[in-house]
Design a protein around this ligand. Structure first.
Ligand SMILES: [Fe+2]
Length: 281
């Protein structure tokens, strides 16, 4: 049987453009297959947090995660730097009466990137002067990367063994001694900060000095039924109350405060829509 060259040639003619289409598609899929920073972050979190046990101290794993978060900027998560676009920008340390009122006019926006029972990835976008009051992270590890803007961070660790006082008054107040570990303004670009269950500032308060955004990884997430509720506190100066009889503070050099539990404050917060690269679990 004679080979049908006519048909082969026709096939070749079809094959040539098909080949270029395949090549073009390969390039396209090569482009889309490039892993986004948030996808890499998700994958590293999934590898690092296989159980609901927190990291308890700095380690190779926490260093790897911090280093990856260090590379992430607002553009990687679908945000733009809004730190200079606030016309109320007096900052937290120079509030006029007008901006004192205006501070309540804009909510903190919460963006949910990914959530499972082992870890949560989320972003908080603060308007100037917005505050997340003093709160704790029991049994948790939190990685925080400021994406843009300036944020004042005040953070404490509990003094261990715990020093507790019941202060008699019209209302009995229970206060517990904590040591100040951070009290500073952090401005992007800066390194990722990490807190652990018992170190590096597990109880903290955020105040936005300019519009700012923070990428957070919480591992494990809050879960009241697992003993991980979020509790809010008021901090009293150390001099406000005396130490219990016979007690002494372990480190005379440190700065201390008494923390008293308060009921959950109303935080003006709304859920926003995450518009960065999709995360593929
Ligand atoms: Fe927090």
């Amino acid at each position: 049987m004679q080979p049908n060259f006519g048909k082969s040639l026709r096939n070749l003619a079809v094959f040539a453009p098909l080949k270029s289409i395949i090549a073009a598609f390969s390039n396209y899929s090569g482009m889309t297959a490039r892993r986004s920073s948030v996808q890499s972050l998700y994958e590293l979190c999934a590898k690092t947090f296989r159980t609901s046990q927190p990291l308890t101290q700095p380690s190779q794993a926490s260093q790897a995660l911090s280093s990856l978060m260090d590379t992430i900027g607002p553009g990687d998560v679908g945000l733009k730097d809004e730190s200079t676009e606030d016309d109320r920008g007096h900052g937290v340390f120079g509030l006029s009466e007008l901006s004192r009122t205006a501070r309540w006019s804009q909510p903190i926006t919460y963006l949910d990137l990914y959530e499972c029972d082992k870890f949560t990835m989320c972003i908080f976008c603060f308007p100037t002067s917005a505050v997340i009051p003093l709160h704790d992270h029991p049994g948790m590890c939190v990685f925080s990367k400021i994406l843009y803007g300036s944020l004042h961070v005040k953070a404490y660790d509990w003094v261990e063994p715990s020093l507790v006082r019941i202060v008699k008054g019209p209302e009995n107040i229970t206060v517990r001694l904590a040591k100040l570990v951070t009290d500073k303004v952090m401005t992007a670009p800066c390194e990722t900060s990490v807190l652990y269950p018992k170190r590096a500032g597990n109880v903290h308060c955020f105040t936005a000095v300019t519009p700012c955004a923070v990428l957070d990884v919480l591992a494990p997430p809050y879960l009241e039924s697992a003993g991980r509720p979020c509790t809010y506190y008021h901090d009293y100066p150390f001099s406000s109350f005396s130490l219990p009889d016979g007690a002494d503070i372990p480190d005379k050099e440190g700065e201390y405060a008494w923390l008293a539990e308060i009921k959950s404050p109303d935080i003006y917060m709304r859920q926003g829509r995450y518009s960065g690269p999709a995360i593929q679990p």
